[in-house]
Design a protein around this ligand. Structure first.
Ligand code: PMT
Length: 322
């Protein structure tokens, strides 16, 4: 079946997906961030991370969620920053976050201790970090503060599918001003199904009404207008998640020929921490971490980011001659 026309996807976005009230403010922030960093000679990557939430009721009690911890996106953000990129981190509220992700198993109340007593005169004693976690926290905090001081990370949050779609469009338009210096790294897990606002019940669905039958519409494939219309000069990477390894390569190739973007990073749910396939129109490269590497805390994102930053450089160089 032919792809829907770009204008029809734009129209559907406006009509069927609630526009977040802060969209213009966020778009302004993303534009200023991109312009500032491009002027400073940095490339800018937009990372999407975490899963979208699709409400089943307007006053939402129940919803559909796409699986993603946000680890891929958060971890990749750190390696992109190390490689000289500025990062717009469009992520699901409360999913894993760059730098703090490595501390996510620490209970903050176990990590801190109060020394001294409150004296009733505004002195509350001193809070100190336990020796056990101090080296780890200090290392992460130093990196985080450096990134903050240099304003290299712009976090933007989404929760629902509607927010994700509109924020991604706004990001694409904001980054279009820096042409091929922009990269899109679309690692979020995005729902393919939704209930249009006009068909959504307002109140909680009642179990007393009997078994629930849902009819869900297809979400427009946002990659299509992103590549063709919103940011046509950018370097675009989509992710492909499958659970059946035998169809992975074929699905990645099909995505490349449908959307005509530059790279698909394909992965299987169970092996995603140790294996990905980086597919371009003319190549396919396996990136693999051995079990031992994973135990030694090596991260496959370091290899993914290294592969993609090189490919981005080549993409920019090849366009100079055009
Ligand atoms: O977060 P982790 O736990 O570390 O897991 C990482 C991950 C497995 C989520 C990640 O590596 C990954 O594979 N992300 C993509 C998952 C996915 O939902 O793929 P998909 O087949 O639904 O979508 C493929 C591509 O199409 C995506 O790049 C998406 O941006 C795009 N898409 C999807 C839906 C839609 N309506 N429009 C789109 O353009």
């Amino acid at each position: 079946m032919a792809e829907p026309r770009i204008s029809s996807i734009d129209g559907r976005l406006a009509e069927e997906f609630a526009v977040p009230s802060h969209i213009e403010e966020v778009k302004g922030k993303m534009s200023a961030f991109a312009t500032h960093h491009a002027a400073a000679g940095h490339r800018v990557v937009l990372i999407t991370s975490g899963g979208t939430k699709v409400p089943l009721e307007s006053r939402t009690v129940r919803f559909l969620d796409n699986f993603s911890s946000g680890s891929r996106g958060a971890c990749s953000a750190e390696y992109f920053i190390e490689s000289g990129y500025a990062v717009i981190f469009l992520h699901r509220h409360r999913s894993l976050y760059p730098y703090t992700r490595t501390l996510s198993t620490i209970n903050i109340l176990d990590a801190l201790q109060v020394r001294g007593e409150a004296d009733g005169a505004g002195n509350f004693g001193e809070v100190v970090v336990n020796q056990q976690v101090l080296p780890n926290i200090t290392k992460v905090l130093k990196k985080y503060q450096e990134v903050k001081d240099n304003r290299l990370l712009l976090p933007i949050e989404f929760t629902t599918l509607s927010e994700y779609l509109h924020l991604l469009k706004a990001a694409a338009q904001a980054l279009s001003t820096i042409g091929n210096k922009a990269m899109f790294y679309l690692a979020a897990a995005v729902s393919d199904f939704y209930i249009p606002a006009s068909e959504m019940p307002e109140h909680k669905i009642q179990s007393s009404d009997g078994p629930l039958q849902l009819s869900l519409n297809m979400v427009p494939k946002i990659l299509s207008p992103l590549v063709k219309d919103w940011a046509p000069q950018a370097f675009v990477i989509s992710f492909k998640l499958e659970t059946d390894a035998t169809i992975l390569l074929e699905k990645a190739r099909r995505a490349l020929s449908t959307y005509r973007h530059q790279v698909v990073v394909a992965n299987i749910l169970d092996s995603r921490r140790g294996y990905v396939l980086v597919v371009t129109p003319s190549t396919q490269t396996e990136l693999i971490l051995a079990q031992e590497d994973i135990q030694n805390k090596l991260e496959i994102e370091e290899r993914i980011v290294s592969n993609l930053t090189s490919a981005h450089s080549k993409f920019i160089t090849e366009q100079v001659g055009l």
